[in-house]
Design a protein around this ligand. Structure first.
Ligand SMILES: [Zn+2]
Length: 282
């Protein structure tokens, strides 16, 4: 039987992720914590020989200017590139425009700029993550040379949303994130040569009400997802931003370590492969 798979994708964006609704608190946490978090992630992936996908905002590649810490981070991308275990550096657009709300010409220019920045730095442009997961204009992605993109969480709460509407969908989504229901295992879907990789689960941040969700519940859900992937030969696709570690960082890393350790145990037994998004390009 085919081994199950784990894919981890990370949206690396610093302050670009909230350019349209900046908050002093988020900026302060970004300046203080983002680099520590990225280096901690790299250490964990190196120690366990895990290749993850890092979807980067292209603007981060620009050379330092003021205020460097939260808008530009060539140092971090260099650190990801220098990881001993090869990481998949993909794109999270150039300046984080929302594909569902922006005109096509602006989006096309954004993708051209992102592609050029990747080319200048010798980085691949295979994997793509839509800003705020607004999946749209697949033809523009194809035109820019993208081969695989992440779409949205698949799961029972999405079915509720489709059938019963937004409000109940939101309630179901919260329930899904709060209780240890197993997350969905997904399959790649091909659209005219472009591969869609749905996600299974967001590693939820620990701010506001979410901190009431015990980190062991989050880790437990992911472990259920890994087990389901192992049993079905499907893919468990976990995703997050470094900002999902801005609150209660140690507890959050504890949850991540549990997930990664379980994945490594299955990998050692030959029942799970850990693959970056780019591995699905063909
Ligand atoms: Zn983003």
């Amino acid at each position: 039987m085919a081994a199950g798979q784990l894919c981890i994708s990370i949206d690396l964006e610093l302050a670009w992720g909230t350019w349209d609704k900046p908050s002093a608190e988020t900026h302060a946490r970004c300046a203080e914590l983002e680099r520590t978090i990225v280096h901690s992630l790299i250490d964990r992936f190196e120690a366990r020989e895990i290749s993850a996908t890092w979807a980067i905002v292209g603007k981060l590649l620009e050379e330092d200017r003021e205020p460097a810490e939260i808008w530009y981070a060539p140092d971090l991308i260099e650190a990801v590139r220098a990881t001993r275990c090869l990481q998949d550096i993909g794109s999270h657009s150039h300046a984080h425009p929302y594909f569902g709300e922006t005109d096509r010409e602006t989006l096309r220019r954004d993708l051209v700029a992102a592609r050029a920045a990747h080319d200048r730095h010798g980085l691949p442009f295979t994997s793509f993550v839509f800003p705020r997961n607004q999946v749209a204009h697949l033809d523009l992605l194809r035109e820019a040379g993208v081969r695989v993109y992440r779409s949205v969480d698949h799961g029972w709460h999405m079915a509720v949303r489709q059938r019963l509407g937004k409000t109940l969908g939101r309630v179901a989504n919260l329930a899904d994130k709060t209780f240890p229901f197993p997350p969905a295992v997904v399959e790649p879907i091909t659209h005219d040569g472009l591969v869609e990789l749905p996600s299974s689960m967001l590693l939820l941040g620990r701010n506001g009400l979410r901190r009431l969700v015990h980190p062991l519940v989050i880790a437990g859900k992911a472990v259920l997802g890994l087990e389901r992937a192992r049993l079905t030969g499907g893919l468990f696709h976990l995703w997050f931003h470094p900002s999902n570690f801005y609150y209660e960082m140690d507890r959050q890393f504890e949850a991540l370590d549990r997930i990664l350790d379980h994945a490594c145990k299955l990998r050692d037994r030959g029942t799970l492969d850990v693959l970056p998004m780019s591995a699905y390009a063909n």
